[in-house]
Structure formats: C-alpha cells, structure tokens
Design a binder for this molecule. Structure first.
Ligand SMILES: CSC[C@H]1O[C@@H](n2cnc3c(O)ncnc32)[C@H](O)[C@@H]1O
Ligand SMILES: [Zn+2]
Length: 428
C-alpha cells in the first residue's frame, strides 16, 4: 500500500517532532520506505492529501472489559470504588460479558487512534479473541489477586495465558505476568509471580503507588514503602510496566533510577479517583521512562488518549505552576515510543521508521479547530481529539477508513454490550 502526498511526523535526535512531506510505502505489515518513494504501478494507493500521519498511539494500562462498568460508580475514592463497586460486579461477569466489554473498548480505542495497548484482567482468552478479531496490537496479562489461598491455580492460569497467546495474531499479541498491586499480593505470591515472569521470559505489569491508602496499608502490613516492598520481591530485577506511580519518596526515586520498563501515567483516572498527580517531570529527570495510559473505562470514563495527552501536560504545568513543563513534544513521545518501549514492543512500533511495523494514524487536519497549523505537535496535543482520526492502519492493515471501522460492527457491539450489562446487573 502506498500512502501518497502525505505530511508525516518524525522525531529529531533531540526529541522534537517535526513534519515532513512525501509518500509512505507499506509492504506486508512493515513500513518499507518513506519520503520520495519509487514503487510498482499496481500497488494499492491511498490519498493522504489534507491528512497528517503519525505513529499509532499506545495505551499503556487498561482493563478492557470494564467498559461495561463505565460511569457505574464515580466520585468515590479508589478503595471504595474497587472493593465496594467494581469487584462485586466483576466476580459476576462471564466470558461473554468480558468479550463484548473488551470489543467495545477496542472499538473506542481504535476510533480514537490507539493501535497498541496493555491489558490486565481475568478471563483473558476472550480478550485475546477480541484483540485478534479487532486487529488491535495487545499485550495481555491475567491479573493476579490473592482472594483465597489457591495461588497455584491462579499462577498456572497466568502462565497458560503466556503459552497460549504469546505471538498470536501474526505477532500482534504478546503477554505479561500481572500481579495486581502491592496490597493485593502477599510476599510469597508476588515472589512467585516474579519467578513466573522469569521462567516465561515475559515482563511484569503491576499497579504501584496509586494512593496514600496504599502507602498506609503496606506500611502497616510489612513496615515498608510500596516501592521497597516490590524491590524486595525482585520486581525491579525484571522488565516491568508500573501503572500510576503517584506517591514516591526521595528514596523511591533512587530505587526507580535503573528500572527496566517504566511508569505508565494515567492522569485522568488519577484525577477522577482523587489519587493525586504523578511527578512526571521528576520521573523523567530521574531517567525513568514514562508512557501514557487511560486505566480502565470505569475509572477514566473515556479511552481517548488525546484527552489523556492534554491532561498529562496540563496537570504538570499546574503542579509546577510553570508553562514550560511537559511540552507537547514530550507528551507525544510518551504516548508513542515511550509507551511502546515500556510494553516491550518498542523495536517494532512507536515511530514512523523504515523497518518498523506499519501502525499509522491519518489525522484529518481540515477542521476548524486545527486551523491554522503553526506547530503540528502542539496542535495534536492541545487542540486535536480522537474524533479527528480519519484512518487507522495496524500491522499494515486498514482497520478504520473515513472513521468507519472495518473489523468491528459498531452497532452490534453496542447492542450486545448494553444487553450484557443489563444481565450482569441482574446477577448482583
Ligand atoms: C485482577 S484484574 C484487574 C483488576 O484491577 C482493577 N482495577 C481497575 N482499575 C484499577 C485501579 O486504578 N487501581 C487498582 N485496581 C484497578 C479491576 O477492577 C480488576 O479487578
Ligand atoms: Zn488499573
């Protein structure tokens, strides 16, 4: 496929995003050449006039089936929301609920420009099936919570997910091991999860330092800070995706200095649940890689990473009372290459680079709110929304064109999601 006459975003060595113009040739599932492209007449052509191409966005932390619980409970603290509202309903969910919830989330993500994402949930097979069907790139993991003493059974399930799904969907699906959080995983369970990630040779995915309540619980139970608790369990000996990272001490930043992987910042979810504002500026200065995520739809309420990019930049500027903090250029890198690196797929996606997989967005720039274009990176972060995404290509395949999804029947998914939710609530 040849995308002709297109403006596209590339990144300079000093991290600045700039616009170039030319063609993009995609062969099989990869970017074959960019710029002045010579190619066969017979190649399928796609007119890019008036569009701006950028790498697909990476949503680094998600719980896709929770779209069924969107706006079911808001304006409460995280622990109330989780223990009193989410978990009781999640325990009643069946595979069909999770499948349609996941597909609904995937449709919303693709429509707003997300091409890769990381999921932590239970009943992961249905999520894998939805990911293969939708065409999205997914890093899936069975969330591990110590609800009872059947640690072995749950760890086996997590390992089986890796064996069954890693590399599926033409390599679009990869896997992780996901102990939920310091407060949901006692020491032996957490250590076993770390061992499993070593045995299976896949990264870890865990919530960390999301609230002050978490700090208090870990202090009371183990006399440690959450970061130190994870360090002692061996979590930082592995590549790890750390979701949230809001509450850190000076010592914590020291410990995190050499972390392999990084932090996925979820500003909207953190704001809505009243958790606090992660110190992204300090994390970046410490040398910790920071990506961007929404968290599940039941806390973020929206899966639009363009909204998340705005929130990330705004909140840091407010926190520091300084406009220069966390520029649009930094935020775009967080939502693309940094996220891809933290998901362990950074050599394959995250930038428009020859040889990488063709995960590409075409933004329709012919819009009132995107006119004129002084500085495209700023326009994308501060003015654009997910609604401005016209075309989405994942793994070299068009999954949305002219805002029409090619792999998912939107009406059917919405009808099924409503039906599943109605039945789920009756099971309570
Ligand atoms: C065991 S599957 C994942 C589990 O995580 C819960 N969850 C969703 N969002 C958050 C969050 O922000 N902090 C902690 N836990 C969260 C979800 O309800 C599932 O039960
Ligand atoms: Zn989460």
């Amino acid at each position: 496929m040849l995308i002709q006459n297109i403006q596209y975003m590339t990144v300079t060595d000093d991290g600045k995003w700039m616009v170039e113009e030319g063609d993009i040739l995609i062969k099989d599932n990869k970017i074959d050449s960019i710029g002045n492209v010579e190619c066969d007449e017979k190649v399928e052509k796609l007119d890019g006039k008036g569009m701006l191409a950028l790498p697909g966005l990476v949503n680094g932390h998600q719980h896709t089936p929770m779209s069924l619980l969107r706006c079911y409970s808001d304006d409460v603290t995280l622990m109330t929301w989780l223990n009193k509202k989410m978990l009781p309903l999640e325990m009643k969910m069946n595979d069909e609920d999770r499948y349609y919830g996941a597909l609904l989330s995937m449709a919303e993500m693709i429509k707003s420009g997300t091409t890769s994402y990381a999921d932590m949930y239970i009943g992961i097979d249905t999520i894998g099936e939805a990911a293969v069907e939708s065409g999205i790139r997914a890093v899936i993991a069975r969330g591990l919570i110590a609800m009872d003493s059947d640690y072995e059974g749950r760890l086996k399930e997590a390992g089986d997910v890796v064996d069954r799904w890693h590399g599926k969907g033409n390599g679009r699906i990869t896997t992780m091991i996901a102990p939920h959080s310091p407060y949901m995983c006692p020491p032996d369970f957490l250590k076993a999860a770390v061992r499993l990630s070593t045995e299976k040779n896949v990264p870890l995915h865990i919530h960390l330092a999301e609230t002050k309540d978490e700090e208090k619980m870990i202090q009371e139970r183990y006399g440690l800070r959450p970061v130190e608790y994870l360090r002692q369990a061996g979590v930082f000996d592995r590549h790890v995706l750390l979701a949230h990272g809001v509450h850190f001490s000076d010592e914590d930043y020291e410990t995190l200095k050499n972390v392999q992987g990084g932090i996925i910042h979820n500003p909207v979810s953190n704001a809505k649940l009243g958790c606090g504002i992660s110190d992204v500026k300090r994390l970046m200065e410490t040398g910790v890689k920071v990506g961007l995520g929404t968290d599940g739809p039941a806390s973020a309420s929206s899966l639009d990473l363009f909204l998340e990019m705005k929130a990330a930049s705004w909140f840091q500027k407010l926190k520091y009372e300084e406009a220069a903090v966390l520029s649009a250029h930094d935020v775009l890198t967080m939502a693309t290459q940094n996220g891809a690196d933290i998901l362990g797929i950074g050599s394959e996606v995250g930038s428009l680079t020859v040889g990488k997989k063709a995960d590409i967005l075409l933004m329709d720039m012919n819009k009132l709110h995107l006119t004129p274009s002084h500085e495209p990176a700023n326009l994308l972060v501060y003015s654009a929304t997910g609604q401005d995404v016209d075309t989405v290509i994942i793994d070299g395949k068009i999954v949305m064109r002219g805002r029409e999804l090619k792999t998912i029947d939107e009406e059917k998914v919405m009808a099924n999601a409503k039906e599943r939710t109605k039945e789920l609530l009756q099971r309570l």
